[in-house]
Design a protein around this ligand. Sequence first.
Ligand code: PLP
Length: 410
Amino acid sequence: MDPSTRLIHHDYQPPQGFLAPQPGVFKASTVIFPNVAAMRSREWKDKSGYTYGLHGTPTTFILEERLCALEGGLQCVLVPSGLAAIGTASLALLKTGDEVLVPDNAYGPNKAMSASTLAQFGIRTGLYDALDPADLAARITPATRLVWLEAPGSVTMEFPDLCELVRICRARGVTTALDNTWGAGLAFAPFDLVGDGTLGVDVSIHALTKYPSGGGDVLMGSVITRDPVLHMKIKLLHMHLGLGVGANDAEAVLRALPSIGLRYRTHDQAARTLAQWLQQQAPVVQVLHPALPESPGHAHWHALCGAADGGPGIAAGLFSVVLDPRYSQAQVDAFCDGLRLFKLGYSWGGPMSLVVPYDLGSMRSRPAPHLRPGTVVRFSIGLEAVEDLQADLHQSLQQAFGASATGGHR
Ligand SMILES: *Cc1c(COP(=O)(O)O)cnc(C)c1O
């Protein structure tokens, strides 16, 4: 045979049984079958075999199973981003004439996708107040097929009474889907909210882009369930849309997963230290962090994520501040620009601390009386030393708001 043919059809097989701490990386579009009978009979819908790269490889199967272990689920599909996970769940579970309810403080692109793309298919979107279970109950109609949940809300960090919201949906036979990116499977168990196996969400989506990846260098999402019927609807849509993830990205998440608990707690500790320090600074009129007693929904956070033994409980490394409305947008922008270690950028969960100023007026459809007037700035705390981050905040507060800006008036 010609050497070029030999290179493609080389018959060497390495010894079986290689074991190492991390699983191997398997890459394929084409999967080879031993014979036509195997090609005809092999099943793509479960993990009993391999049919085509899109339907799974050893690498993606292993990642799916580990994510199920993290979140307490039984089935998982992987998609190219957290937002794709939201879209996959919504499109799989909704059809023309249905209605979906989304919290007003949900991740913005979920609201935008629901209001535009789902509307194109004749699916109506309603917004509800996540802090008011009675508001959700009143908005559920016979057409409501799916309720999105997020704990806490995006940017403004209100922690809802997740158990009560799920109970309301269950009593009305409405499927629940939680955006579990903040909790990451660590702060609470999405499929077992009260710890006795009686209450959980139906679907948990996770932006693996954040804590599971941990590097700020991977985009991926997961859709996890415990109900095989629900899973098969999601799996079918996933197949029909041709969604899949690259083996190198799956490997990056597999490498980062064993340290997710350590990283999450380190982000948490630093974020709480800085949130408490910022609470003392004169330009800051409100700190939005669910573990702080003054933060909206703190009692619900405490019930779900607080420690039974009176310990600190658990939260992600994310919080926002409201800056005194007497400061102009230009001064707030100068504060963000003046930070040296905090970089301006979206996303969170990576090693680098990030900051984003938000225009809340353009993001909320309903009044939020629990929020003090002012400009909202969100911080995602990375893995830098907390005293370096605090010094950075200190210098930029002074630079932007004047020498009297730091130190406590409250
Ligand atoms: C980042 C994020 C997403 C989307 O994840 P991508 O991978 O960036 O698409 C969804 N929900 C929440 C709460 C997020 O923070």
